[in-house]
Design a protein around this ligand. Structure first.
Ligand code: ZN
Length: 85
């Protein structure tokens, strides 16, 4: 048994929309695509933030710059892993 995530109405397992509030439910495929897109965005943001931090700290704090650079690479590798799984 599923429940509407909008109003809590009990739903049949194959319901495509909630009979109480009318909310539509995406198929599991669309949910997976959304997850992949979110992971891709997060994975892209980590190296970006790391790269920005690297250039910000490069001139002032070499230790912080190296940490930021490492974070960027970890984010990139995590994204790769997510795509491979
Ligand atoms: Zn509902």
């Amino acid at each position: 048994m599923r429940y509407c995530d909008n109003c809590g109405q009990k739903l049949a397992d194959d319901s495509k929309f909630c009979p109480n509030c009318g909310k539509r439910f995406s198929s599991s495929n669309q949910e997976n695509n959304t997850t992949v897109i979110i992971c891709a965005i997060v994975g892209l943001l980590f190296p970006l933030i790391g790269a920005i931090l690297y250039y910000v700290f490069k001139n002032s704090d070499i230790k912080a710059a190296k940490t930021a650079n490492t974070c960027a690479w970890i984010g990139f590798l995590v994204q790769l892993l997510i795509f491979l799984i």
